[in-house]
Each structure stands twice: as structure tokens, then as C-alpha cells.
Write a protein that binds this ligand. Structure first.
Ligand code: PLP
Length: 343
């Protein structure tokens, strides 16, 4: 078992957190004269700092106890808080598997944490012989594993991920932003077996709530305690909590959307495979397709001229475009546009 208190930065372990009016009294009924709010209006009160109603709804849908859920202002806040809890600026390190989601590196830089980037192997899997010897470094505190991975789209081998979690002395963060688009199982159940595991999910992708900015950390209560200790007191607005609750109440509709996107992904993949410009389609467990083409930058620019915007990822995977699966009409427009390119 990892001793979480020992891994936490000294200043974070020792600090006395801000205690808000809603920390000191959390009842719903009463004459509220404690938070210097304006008594008039309907958005005049501070939000619930611990988002209890929303966590309860998420808990029911995911089958995860409320006390194991932390909500951030997007996954980006969760990533930043991980650095702030566990990494001493200027001395500690984090590790990522490249190419991957860009925010880990940016957040590391903001917090003055050095990033070790271990390139994925030729099948976009974790290069275990390279990574295992690096795990002994005492100043390495955090490892980010994005699975399904952005921008490659695939899941990493489960046994490799488990080997890293069970070997590493520090914290492993598994980013499951795209988990609803794959049949492969989530790592959330393993947060009970491994005390150094944080699983991140988000309402931004499958749930269709990118505008609402809600990211989740699912982990043990020892780590949850530290997230709550250092987060801004009212990090999720009332408007955002309500919007999320409204969406979660219609989860049948959301499930239909996810199934439609997965079906469209397979239809689109088949069509892309037939194009003259296509060199390779990488297998995907996400709601996007990484496509290797003859000339990514040229094709990207021509698509922009036709008002179709994909992501040019040639700087991270040579000659690759990352294509988000859209509505059937949007996907058809993309395929027609790509059909007009000869090579
Ligand atoms: C889109 C995405 C997220 C979502 O971030 P939010 O801040 O929750 O919107 C997280 N991780 C990865 C890998 C993503 O691609």
C-alpha cells in the first residue's frame, strides 16, 4: 500500500484549508446571513462546494460511491490539482507516453515540473522495457496514462498498465476521457485495490457537455481529501451543476447518441479506407479517427477552405489528421471533400 500522506507535498499536507460559509453550515433550509450574499435573485447564493446532488447522480450512473468522486472545473483542473498536491516545483518530475494529450505537459510546465516523455512503440503501446527502469527515480511523482489515448485513439494493454500501477511508488493517473466509446473495461474498480491510482473521466465528450466544464477524479478517500483541501472553494458553478444534472436525468438519450457515434465511426472508417489519399487508418476506441494521409498539411488547408475543420497532427504523428466523428451529414461532407483529392 502506498502511504499517500508521505507522497503529498509538505506545504499541502500542513496547510489549513479555506473554510467557506458553506463548509461551516451546509443545511439547505434557513435564513442565510452568513456568506455576504445579496438576498435577492435566483443565482444569488454560492453553490454547494462539494456538489453533493450532482455527485449522487453520477454515483448512481457509474456505480461508484460518492465519496470516491471529486469534481473539477474540467479535467484540466483535476490535472493541475494533481501536480499541486504531489509535485514540488523545480525538483519533481512527471512521466507521459507520447504522443498524448497536450495538457499534461502544459500543466507540468505551469507548475515547474519536468516531464519525461517516453515514446509509444510502433503499435502505439507502452514501451515497457524503456519505462520500467525509469520508475525507480525518487523524484518521479506522477505518471499520466491516457487510455483510450488521444490522438492515437487506441487503448493500452491492460497488463502493462497494471504492471506500472503495481510497480510504481508514486501516483498513476489514468485518463479515461473516451472510455464510453470502447467496450474495454474502465480501471475505476482498481481504485479499491491500488491506493496510488486516480482515474479521470469527464462529462465533456460522451456526455455532450464540453461547455459545462466538469471533469472527474475517481480515487480513494485519502486522495479525495487532498483534492478537496486545495481546490478553489466554489469550483463548479450552480449553473454548471444544474446543466449536468439535467443531462444526467436523460441518460437514455445520451446512450443513444453514443451508440450512434460509434456506428458512424465504423461507417466513416470504412469510407476513409477507400480514399486515394489514405495511407493508413489506426484502430480506434474513441470518438475520433487518426488517419495517415499522403500530405496532411496540404489536405488540412484544403479542407479549411471548404469550411471543414479537422486537426492536423503531423507535428506529433507524421502526416496524420485527427478526425472527430460528427453527424452523418457532416461525415459525408468530409468524405466528399476528401474524395476530390487525387493523392
Ligand atoms: C478532451 C479530453 C479531456 C477533457 O478535458 P475537460 O477539461 O474535461 O474538457 C481530458 N483528457 C483527454 C485526453 C481529452 O482528450
Amino acid at each position: 500500500m502506498t502511504d499517500i500522506d508521505k507522497l503529498v507535498r509538505n506545504n499541502v499536507r500542513n496547510l489549513a484549508p479555506y473554510s467557506s460559509a458553506r463548509d461551516e453550515f451546509s443545511g439547505k433550509e434557513g435564513i442565510f446571513l452568513d456568506a455576504n450574499e445579496n438576498p435577492y435573485g435566483n443565482l444569488n447564493r454560492y453553490p454547494d462546494p462539494y456538489q453533493r446532488e450532482l455527485k449522487s447522480a453520477i454515483s448512481k450512473i457509474k456505480g461508484i460511491p460518492e465519496e470516491k468522486i471529486f469534481l473539477g472545473n474540467g479535467s484540466d483542473e483535476v490535472i493541475d490539482l494533481c501536480f499541486r498536491i504531489f509535485c514540488n516545483p523545480g525538483t519533481d518530475k512527471a512521466l507521459t507516453f507520447s504522443p498524448t494529450y497536450g495538457m499534461y505537459e502544459v500543466s507540468a510546465a505551469i507548475n515547474d515540473i519536468k516531464i519525461i516523455k517516453v515514446p509509444l512503440n510502433g503499435s502505439f503501446q507502452i514501451d515497457m522495457p524503456v519505462v520500467l527502469p525509469l520508475l525507480d527515480d525518487e523524484t518521479l511523482k506522477l505518471i499520466f496514462i491516457c487510455s483510450p489515448n488521444n490522438p492515437t485513439g487506441n487503448c493500452f494493454n491492460r497488463a502493462d498498465i497494471e504492471k506500472i500501477i503495481s510497480t510504481f511508488h508514486g501516483i498513476v493517473v489514468i485518463d479515461e476521457a473516451y472510455i464510453d466509446f470502447t467496450e474495454k473495461p474502465s480501471f475505476t474498480p482498481l481504485t479499491s485495490a491500488y491506493s496510488n491510482l486516480i482515474v479521470m473521466q469527464t462529462l465533456s465528450k460522451a456526455m455532450g457537455l464540453a461547455a459545462v466544464r466538469i471533469g472527474m477524479a475517481i480515487t480513494n478517500t485519502d486522495i479525495i481529501k487532498y483534492f478537496n483541501k486545495i481546490k478553489p472553494p466554489y469550483n463548479i458553478s450552480t449553473i454548471n451543476q444544474r446543466a449536468a444534472l439535467k443531462m444526467l436525468a436523460t441518460k437514455g438519450e445520451n446512450k443513444r447518441q453514443i451508440n450512434l457515434i460509434i456506428r458512424e465511426r465504423d461507417i466513416l472508417s470504412a469510407k476513409l479506407l477507400d480514399l486515394k489519399i489514405t495511407k493508413k487508418i489506426f484502430p480506434t476506441d474513441a470518438n475520433f479517427i487518426l488517419l495517415e494521409v499522403t500530405d496532411a498539411t496540404g489536405i488540412y488547408s484544403s479542407l479549411v477552405e471548404k469550411n471543414i475543420i479537422v486537426r492536423n497532427r503531423t507535428s506529433v504523428v507524421n502526416n496524420c489528421l485527427r478526425i472527430t466523428v460528427g453527424k452523418p451529414l457532416e461525415n459525408n461532407a468530409l468524405v466528399s471533400a476528401l474524395n476530390s483529392f487525387e493523392q
